[in-house]
Write a protein that binds this ligand. Sequence first.
Ligand SMILES: Cc1cc2nc3c(=O)[nH]c(=O)nc-3n(C[C@H](O)[C@H](O)[C@H](O)COP(=O)(O)OP(=O)(O)OC[C@H]3O[C@@H](n4cnc5c(N)ncnc54)[C@H](O)[C@@H]3O)c2cc1C
Length: 399
Amino acid sequence: MDTYDLIVIGGGISGLTLARRGAAHGWRTLLLEKAPRVGGCLATHRFGGQAQGFWVELGAHTCYNSYGALLELLDDDLKGRIQARHKAPWRVWDGRRLQSVFARMHWPTLLPALPRLFITPKAGQGLEAYYSRVMGRRTYEALLRHAFNAVIAQPADDFPADLLFRKKARRQDIPRSYTFEGGLATLAEGLAAGTAFELGTGVEIQGVARTDGGFELATGQGALACRRLALAVPPWEAARLVEPAYPELARSLARIAPADVESLAVALPREAVRLPEVAGLIGVDQDFYSAVSRDVVPDAAHRGFSFHFRPGRLDRAAKLERVARVLGVAAADIILVGERLNRLPALKSGHMALVAELDRLLAGQPLALTGNYFYGVSIGDCAERSAVEFKRIAGGDHG
Ligand SMILES: Cc1cc2nc3c(=O)[nH]c(=O)nc-3n(C[C@H](O)[C@H](O)[C@H](O)COP(=O)(O)OP(=O)(O)OC[C@H]3O[C@@H](n4cnc5c(N)ncnc54)[C@H](O)[C@@H]3O)c2cc1C
């Protein structure tokens, strides 16, 4: 059987960045993705029909110049397609009116709490415990809880405080916040393009077995072999795949639960929407966590929004009613719609102890685990994990 130096399972940003590193190292590298396209949560919806050429993000929307481990992998073509995002405010929507984020801060309790920012450790604390202490409970409940829910697209109270807004170096030659021409799918497509590594899309890995020389993979269309294997799939899927060879690792991975978000994107003629220009809306006690706007990459003819709904609450018609109400349009006017179910890991305070356990179980193995459940959920965090895991398996004595 043909043996690869490295097979990467999962073609989201974690898998793409790891495969790039493997190929650049000179390894014969294959990346396998079960969907027909690469990108995973980089899920730009490109409209057809009346809005041909217009796009809205159904998953991630923004990259930052602090995503160093990603930026160092971009070739000149991809760098040339970076598009800076325009400035527009985030607003709060409570079901009746739009408010600025400042209007929801409770200054009399916020200001006296602020000095605690400098003395309160983040490590081991959830967002609620940490931020209600350093910014005051009233501000946490009126604003921050909802803003954090919007940022991580899931209930955020117990999300690890040390995994959000980690301090990282910024690249001065790159815009502070940016996307790519054609949306973030362009980033995924660009990383997969060319001949850096072999790519198989529409290939779902059904099982992984450990062999003397590495691993054997069952694909449904035959078997594949590799010396090193990288799993860049969600943790519950990684748990299923490693279970036969690494049962202890599987048990640890299975402790991370999924958090679903039902995303729905709409495009409308620019003149139809009454909502002022925004970067996005934070939902306060709404059926949606956030509504992310395309206004930061303005288009002459259309405006677009992606509403990230709490799971299991509304059917499609009810979602469209809700969207119409917020945008100040008739539901019947919304004819251009895209949908996607996103699934993110629900990380909990104390998560770094679990990461340490995973790393301990991986030590010395020709198996890499990467994804959005190590250093944080952002694209930059995924790229960073892939860089660290690549270094480990490339530096090991198992090849
Ligand atoms: C609504 C939303 C908004 C976000 N906004 C931002 C943002 O603005 N900025 C930011 O930095 N981050 C953002 N994020 C987070 C970020 O997008 C994700 O955490 C990141 O893209 C995850 O990448 P990944 O490669 O680890 O996983 P995924 O993107 O989930 O990719 C995993 C891939 O593995 C494939 N796969 C699974 N099982 C198998 C199998 N058995 N065989 C083959 N393939 C398999 C899947 O099909 C998928 O393509 C957002 C996320 C969401 C959901």
